[in-house]
Unconditional design. Sequence first.
Length: 571
Amino acid sequence: MYNEDPRQAEGEAVIQRRIPNIEDYDRMLQRRDRLLIATAKAANVLLTMENFDEVINTALRIFLEGAGCDRINILESIYESSSALPNRFNFIYQWSSPSLSNPKSNLGDSYIRTEDIDSTFLRQNFLEGDGFGGLLDEWIEPLRSLLARAQVKSAYSVPIRVNGQWWGALCFDYCQEAIQVSPAEVAVLRTIADCIGSAIQRERAQTIILQAEQTRVAELVKANTALKQSLDTLATDPDLDGFIGNTLKLIAQQFDAPLLEYWVHADPHAYVHLTYWQGQILNTVQRTQLLQQLDGDPDQLFTSLGLLPFLDIPLSVGDMNIGDLAIFLPSFRMFSGQTVELAHALAQQLTLAVALSRLAEEAQQAALLQERTRMAREIHDTLAQAFGGILMQLQAVHYFTTTQPEKAQAHLQTAQTLAQEGLAEARRSVWTLYLEATEYEDPSQTIAKFIEQTTSGQSVPIQFQIEGTPYRLHPDLGLNLLRITQEAITNALRHAHAQTIRIQLHYSPQTIQLTVQDDGCGFDPEQSSHGFGLLGMQQRVARIGATWHLVSHLGQGTTIAVILNMTPPPK
């Protein structure tokens, strides 16, 4: 008969007792591995997807499946004081298992007040520690009651940190079974919280960059708007003092300045001609009356008002100083370079108006007004094209802001470039009024440059073809051909909704022909009022002695042809 070895029996008994522990350990390893796989998958989502809310919700779903829990919450710490601990926690994201009978089980309010929680518990476990978790009975009040109301049997929470600071908490709830999470699994949970913290940090950085770009573009648009308003006044208001007063108001708005003075230099004397004071324009008599009321220094109004000199902008024509603008503030403040540059640009327009008005003393008033109107219209047309490009870029920004912030930022940068070039063009037009703008002598180059600026980031292709050998023109001819092209393109994009635009510039010794063709909605030339755009183009064609042909049919697009007769260019 076989006798069983007692030692063997004892060994088998030990193995039998250890089997449950081994099985528990194996299940723990499996849960940890699932968490690690989910973390890797979610990290890829956090790095590649664009929409932040969609990114977080997708990552939470992946984490929930990997952790085997029933609900995941993200809480944000809200600080309303300088305390190291937040004032409350807001529930901002939640993802629940579809197996829950009540997946939206309310945790009470949409936030938790930290004044109801032991501060030592928060400081040790979240501000300085790596989180807290366990069965329901292991949680302190009032968190235990809060979790019980949400049908939680065990819960684990780890801090989320952004830039090394405690930002919030990531909470894992087990509602159907009280799960004991091992230290190894908790370490993975902390890795998950780090991934979410990194995503939040990246999203915030992108938002800050985007907001900064939007602010810069807004400043440029504001500057262009002020320039356009000033130019409109210059073109329509024959009263020089009215234009100067409007310019003083525009500059005061940019700096929020209570006092500006326009000084006139007439050797050997200088005197204040107009004064801006708290929204009003004062002439010399009114300024004197104000000084009498203040019992102040007749030569220094700002000292009587308790203001500080901030900026003095000289007004010069060539080497001759004809005056200056003085800006005064109640206290010293910092301003962006864009604001100061705008003030100088407006002052240059004021200089132009003063110089033109002085010419009126030596020429017929009607001729002078006509010349002022022509010059103002040239500058206005330039800005109008810049505004059109900026508007299209900002519309693209609005479309991509929430879905593709990187594309939105690219459009913002393009809009900023267009706005800066608009300002540069306005300044260049002012300073080169009496010079031949040689850059307009080659319309093939200026038109190509405009097309490149206009189509940056746009879906409508513009084809530009040059036939023959280009040669230089008088700057006025080249400038008008460019302006006609700009207006035609703007009409095709803004009004005709064209999908394709074709431009052809044909050179021959006797003629230059400019043709702009689009496949837009077209119009009936006999019925349409044409609008100011077509009227402006026709006026330019007549001004340079060219011929004009327009063909358009509803639904079939529009073709504009301008033929300029030329004398043979010198060999």
